[in-house]
Design a protein around this ligand. Structure first.
Ligand SMILES: Cc1cc2nc3c(=O)[nH]c(=O)nc-3n(C[C@H](O)[C@H](O)[C@H](O)COP(=O)(O)OP(=O)(O)OC[C@H]3O[C@@H](n4cnc5c(N)ncnc54)[C@H](O)[C@@H]3O)c2cc1C
Length: 409
C-alpha cells in the first residue's frame, strides 16, 4: 500500500487527502496550527467556474492605475512589500503576452470546465451534498454608467461552462432590497457557493481525524531522498511520497529543495456580520464597482475584498477593514452586527495558473498550490488530478501547463 504525507490542511490539501484515501492510499496530513489565516476558510465561498480568463492579462495591467488610485479600486501595492511585488509584476507582464495569455486561458478553461462536477462528487462523497449550492451569483453596479460598461463586458467575455444573463425584474427588486442604489445587475448561471465554510472544513477533515492521521505541526523542510518531512517539533516523519499543498507556505518548502517558486501572497480581507435582513438562500452578490463580494452562508454574511500584493507574514492593514465597513454603509447593506474580521493570503503565481504535478527533481515529490483566486473552486478537481498522478494514471486533464518547472525555462 502506498504511504503519502500531504503538507497543508487547506481546501487543496484536504481534497487531495480525501481523494487519496478513496484510492486506498495510506495518508497522513501535516498542517501548521495557524489555520486562522488559512485562505480556504476565510474566502468568499464562491464556486467561480466562470473565471476562465487568467488575471495575467493586458486588461489587468491596463486597469492597474484605476484599481490602485480609486478609493474603491481594491488593489494595494504597499511600499514596504515592493521587494515582493516588483519582481512578481515583471513576471506577470511576461505571462500576459498574447501567446502565453491564450495558452493560460485554454488551460484554465479546461480546469474550470471540470470544477463543478468535481465539487458535486466531493460533496456527495463527504455525505454532505447540501454544502454545495449551484444557484449562480449576481454581479451588480451602483451607477448606470458602471452598469452599462459592466454588463457589456460580462455579456461578451468568455465564461466557460457558465452563462450570463440580465437579472430579471424580481431579482433586481430583491437585490435593491439589500442595496437600494443598485443600478443594474446580471446573473451568472452555473456558478455556486459553499453553504458553510466551517462545516466544509469539518467534513473534509473527518476521515483524517477518525484515524489520527492529522498531524498538527509545521513542516520546516522536505527531504526528498529518502522521502521525509522535518517538523517544527524536531520530529522527522517518513513516507513513500510527499505532496506539498501548503498554499503560500509551499514556496519556502520547495525553495528549500532548490525549486523556483515565484509565488506572491495576494492578501484579501473579510468582515463577517449577523445575517439580519439578508435572506437565507440569496446567491453571492458581487458589487463590482466596490471590488467587493457578499456571501450569505448558513449562519452569517461575509463581505470580502481587496487584492494586496504583499508578504504573508506582515501584519494586516486595518484600513482595509475600515474600507469594507464604509462600503457596507455606503451601499446601505442591512449589516450592522459585526462578528469578526479576517485577513488571509491567496497563493498566486505570476501566470495565474496553479502548479499541479510531480517534480522532475525527485520522483517521490508532488505539489499542488498557487490556486490564486480559485482555490476553493478548484480544490476537489485538484484532489482528483493529484490522485490520478500518484496512482500512475493519465489524469483527466493535461497537466503540462501546470508544471512548476515552467518558471525555470
Ligand atoms: C478574501 C479572499 C476571498 C477568496 N474567495 C474565493 C472564492 O470565492 N472562491 C475561490 O475559489 N477561491 C477564493 N479565494 C482563494 C482561495 O481561498 C485560495 O486559493 C485557497 O484557499 C488556497 O487553498 P490552499 O489549500 O492551497 O491554501 P490555504 O487555504 O492557504 O491552506 C494552506 C494550509 O497549509 C498550512 N501550511 C502552510 N505552510 C505550512 C507548513 N510549512 N507546514 C504545514 N502546514 C502548512 C496552512 O496553515 C494552511 O492550513 C479567496 C481568497 C481570499 C483571501
Amino acid at each position: 500500500m502506498i504511504q503519502a504525507i500531504v503538507i497543508g490542511g487547506g481546501a487543496v490539501g484536504l481534497a487531495i487527502a480525501n481523494a487519496l484515501l478513496n484510492r486506498g492510499v495510506q495518508v497522513r496530513l501535516v498542517n501548521a496550527p495557524r489555520g486562522e489565516t488559512c485562505a480556504s476558510w476565510g474566502n468568499a465561498g464562491h464556486i467561480a467556474i466562470e473565471q476562465v480568463v487568467p488575471l495575467a492579462s493586458a486588461s489587468t495591467i491596463l486597469s492597474t492605475p484605476r484599481r490602485l488610485l480609486s478609493p474603491r479600486g481594491g488593489l494595494s501595492l504597499p511600499i514596504a512589500s515592493i521587494g515582493a511585488w516588483a519582481p512578481f509584476s515583471w513576471k506577470l507582464m511576461q505571462a500576459a503576452m498574447p501567446e502565453r495569455y491564450a495558452a493560460g486561458k485554454k488551460a484554465l478553461t479546461a480546469l474550470l470546465s471540470e470544477a463543478g462536477p468535481a465539487w458535486e462528487r466531493l460533496a456527495q462523497s463527504l455525505g454532505k451534498p447540501q454544502l454545495l449550492r449551484r444557484e449562480g451569483h449576481f454581479i451588480t453596479w451602483s451607477t448606470a454608467k458602471a452598469a452599462a460598461a459592466g454588463r457589456a463586458h460580462w455579456l461578451s467575455t468568455e465564461v466557460g461552462t457558465a452563462s450570463i444573463r440580465d437579472a430579471a425584474a424580481d431579482e433586481l427588486s430583491r437585490l435593491r432590497s439589500l442595496a437600494p442604489q443598485i443600478a443594474g445587475a446580471v446573473r451568472c448561471v452555473g456558478s455556486g457557493q459553499i453553504s458553510d465554510p466551517d462545516e466544509l472544513r469539518k467534513a473534509m477533515e473527518m476521515r483524517l481525524l477518525a484515524d489520527g492521521r492529522l498531524i498538527s505541526a509545521g513542516a520546516v523542510a522536505v527531504e526528498s531522498e529518502p522521502g521525509g518531512v522535518r517538523l517544527d517539533n524536531g520530529q522527522v516523519i517518513q513516507s513513500d511520497i510527499i505532496i506539498v499543498a501548503a498554499g503560500i507556505g509551499s514556496r519556502a518548502l520547495l525553495e528549500g529543495l532548490g525549486l523556483c517558486v515565484p509565488m506572491i501572497a495576494e492578501r484579501g480581507y473579510h468582515i463577517q456580520y449577523e445575517p439580519e435582513g439578508w435572506p437565507a438562500g440569496t446567491p453571492p452578490v458581487v458589487f463590482e464597482d466596490y471590488a467587493m463580494i457578499a456571501t450569505r452562508f448558513d449562519s452569517l454574511v461575509r463581505v470580502a475584498g481587496f487584492v494586496e500584493f504583499s508578504r504573508a507574514d506582515l501584519p494586516a492593514d486595518p484600513k482595509k477593514w475600515q474600507r469594507l465597513t464604509r462600503n457596507v454603509k455606503d451601499l446601505g447593506l442591512p449589516l450592522t452586527r459585526r462578528i469578526s474580521a479576517w485577513m488571509g493570503s491567496r497563493p498566486t503565481l505570476p501566470d495565474y495558473l496553479p502548479a499541479i504535478g510531480r517534480s522532475r527533481r525527485a520522483s517521490n515529490l508532488f505539489y499542488a498550490f498557487g490556486h490564486q483566486h480559485l482555490g476553493l473552486t478548484l480544490a476537489p478537481l485538484t484532489g482528483e488530478l493529484m490522485a490520478a498522478v500518484v496512482m500512475g494514471e493519465t489524469p483527466a486533464i493535461h497537466l503540462e501547463p501546470f508544471d512548476l518547472e515552467r518558471f525555470e525555462r
